[in-house]
Design a protein around this ligand. Structure first.
Ligand SMILES: [Mg+2]
Length: 381
């Protein structure tokens, strides 16, 4: 396996982006074979500068207005507010949204028909999808029945966990060596460490497009710990290639103050961007790499770069999952399922109301279509 750094200079911003990609000789890892041959002794994936550097203006804009918008969005997605504002969502809006994003469970016959003869590839977010959102993010454990279900599913389909968390952390929760893991919002991808019939040789698949940012991320992590230390309940999580500031245990009255503290640190780092998730602010490099890019990378690694015989299914609950839903919509392949109790703007095709229950039911129906041999099993050769 070869590690190769590719430095992409940008004249306007003065930023250099280094992509480190480790490439094995695996047949699963077909990218290098599809590109023009690299110089002798090198082995790398070419990712264009244009694709990587598209978010340089993301930190621009009015700070306080942006913070207010984030806080409003966070409040809207918090369980207490969902209960108290349930009446505020009109029946008309609810039913029009449900028509546009029907329950995946109600639509399973159509989904099965669409996936006939194709290879299903599963992409699963972790927090709020496979595990409940809990007060302490270190205790977002996955249940044993859920683990057993994912394990069973991975026997039939290539399966990847795509999370904002550090890859090691999400692995410590899931503990299934036969899966692909894309941590840090897809900026840290690794193939299975245990082979199965559809991932032989995938162990060496590795992609870390933001390794140049590691020292900066560490520095910002320390600054964030310092500025947030007096805010009760604030938790800063180091996800290796990105950082999360959790609001879950912070009094709502302190949310604006905490967001301002975070922004005050990030202001000094134009190469980092700040985004909002469910009760969390996330800090990551400004490279154009997200869960959608991770999905594309994994499909390519599995040999489905341009094929029409693949049917990716992505299940997630967060704004960051929208990048992956969008990719599926644009490719016209497979579908995204949004886990959400309330209507929200989404690129997903279908919805699931209850995280665990809905995911269980989806998996059990997928198993049934496998048993009917309605879909291809195993990897593309
Ligand atoms: Mg999630």
């Amino acid at each position: 396996m070869t590690n190769q750094n590719v430095v992409v200079p940008d004249g306007k911003s003065g930023i250099n982006v280094t992509i480190t990609v480790a490439v094995s000789g695996s047949s699963l890892f077909s990218t290098a074979a599809q590109k023009p041959p690299p110089a002798p002794g090198t082995n790398y994936i070419t990712i264009s500068k244009k694709k990587l550097l598209q978010n340089l203006d993301i930190n621009a804009g009015a700070g306080s207005a942006r913070i207010n918008a984030w806080m409003d969005s966070m409040r809207a997605s918090s369980p207490t507010h969902i209960k108290s504002s349930a009446g505020a969502i009109s029946d008309e809006y609810q039913s029009s949204w449900t028509l546009q994003h029907p329950s995946a469970l109600d639509m399973f016959e159509q989904i099965t028909n669409a996936s006939k003869g194709k290879q299903i590839v599963m992409f699963l977010d972790y927090d709020g999808t496979l595990s409940p959102i809990v007060e302490d993010p270190d205790r977002a454990f996955m249940s044993d029945p859920m683990r057993a279900t994912v394990k069973k599913l991975a026997r039939y389909f290539p399966t990847a966990i795509v999370s904002g968390r550090c890859r090691d952390k999400v692995y410590s929760f899931v503990r299934l060596a036969e899966l692909y893991y894309a941590g840090s919002h897809g900026m840290d991808i690794k193939g299975p460490t245990k082979g199965s019939k559809h991932n032989k040789g995938a162990q060496d698949v590795l992609c870390q497009p933001a390794s140049e940012f590691l020292p900066m991320i560490d520095e910002v992590y320390k600054s964030l710990l310092e500025v947030t230390k007096d805010t009760p309940g604030a938790k800063v999580e180091n996800n290796k290639f990105c950082l999360s500031v959790h609001f879950r245990c912070v009094d709502e009255k302190k949310w604006n103050e905490l967001a301002k503290q975070v922004e005050s640190v990030i202001e000094g780092y134009p190469d980092l961007r700040l985004t909002q998730g469910r009760k969390v602010l996330e800090i990551r490099p400004t490279i154009k790499w997200d869960k959608g890019k991770a999905l594309e990378f994994l499909l390519e690694s599995l040999g489905y770069a341009n094929g029409t015989d693949v049917f990716p299914i992505y299940i997630g609950d967060d704004r960051t999952d929208e990048d992956a839903f969008k990719v599926l919509r644009e490719r016209g392949q497979g579908f995204g399922i949004l886990v959400s109790k309330t209507p929200k703007d989404t690129n997903a095709s279908y919805s699931l109301q209850e995280p665990a229950e809905g995911v269980f039911a989806t998996f059990s129906r997928l198993e049934k279509i496998v048993l009917k041999k309605a879909v291809q099993i195993g990897k593309k050769d």
